[in-house]
Design a binder for this molecule. Sequence first.
Ligand SMILES: Nc1ncnc2c1ncn2[C@@H]1O[C@H](COP(=O)(O)OP(=O)(O)OP(=O)(O)O)[C@@H](O)[C@H]1O
Ligand SMILES: [Mg+2]
Length: 374
Amino acid sequence: MNTSEFFIGLMSGTSLDSIDVVLVNFPQGKPKLVGSLSSELPNHIRKQILQLNSSGDHEIEVLADLDPLLGKLFANSCLALLDKFSIDPSVVCAIGSHGQTIRHRPHKGYTLQIGDPNVIAELTGITTVADFRRRDLAAGGQGAPLVPAFHYQCFHSCGRNRVIVNIGGMANITLLPASLDEVVVGYDTGPGNVLLDSWIAQQRGLSYDADGDWAASGSIHTALLEQFMSEPYFNEPFPKSTGRELFNAKWIQQQLAQTLSDNHQKPMTDADIQATLTEVTAKSITHAILSHSLTEPEIYICGGGSHNKFLLDRLSLHLNTQVQSTDVLGLHPDWVEACAFAWLAYRTLNHQSGNLAEVTGAKGERILGGIYLA
Ligand SMILES: Nc1ncnc2c1ncn2[C@@H]1O[C@H](COP(=O)(O)OP(=O)(O)OP(=O)(O)O)[C@@H](O)[C@H]1O
Ligand SMILES: [Mg+2]
């Protein structure tokens, strides 16, 4: 394969904020970001996806509407990116499409990402690689997280221990020990932005807490924090992965009800709850990182949570070091995930594995995804 050829990475994450597309090439196997584009998901589609995220009536009918429709939106996003950079589709080797997760049940060996790759290949005329997670599940893994192999490729340093923290809807960490004798560890630590988005949407009708300003105006409520942190997921051993199935609006309500049932509790405002939810993200990430006793690691953040100043301050405080953005390492935090899926497509077409067995718990490393030829 000609390594100067382009790949597209296509990502639509748990937060349902946008469709992210990147154009990447791989000189010497290392990713180089050439261009990027983010398009907002239309509100009615976001609502339909949320509806499909939990069991309900006529699921297959809703799926029949959404699967091809998302495929079309994904394809259009790719075409818009190519148009923006005046790139002819014929020079793009492949699109790596993550798809939109509507179920993630690793304990059942099941996960489902939709956005029909047949439609993407048909409308773009570009070979599309998709459905990356299920081969890992078939091999006994969690199917997630898949980004640690990419983090290793991009961000490993032989001189310094590093931790990459991706704060999307959920949060995941990748521990990159400097020593090549030590294994890479990675897993979902719990919620990233999903609870923060959910609470501010419910209370203030906003889609996210810009810069964490609302949270910063409140005070962390100790008893509520304790209740939130009693969630068993935080102490489960890895490999582990999670999603909206566990961390959602209902989860917040249940923990709140539990705390408020004690009449002696200090009163709390909605902003206090936002502050406390932000602290849950910060504490659960910190708890996970510190449980590995990696010596003085550098901490780099990517994903939308890297823009939440209050969250970053809390992380820096708990980790006793100034956390930084992956920008410092040469890759903008907003595009790391999409680049990872371009890289996974590149690996698959080169017949190379994409998972790390020690991360997902799979029996071995596997070539991931289905290939839909142009
Ligand atoms: N300026 C900002 N201030 C605070 N939070 C922000 C800001 N910009 C983005 N975010 C948060 O980042 C979220 C989007 O992050 P991202 O796109 O990484 O998540 P995602 O789409 O769920 O991806 P994935 O789950 O695959 O990691 C938004 O929903 C919002 O909560
Ligand atoms: Mg996103």
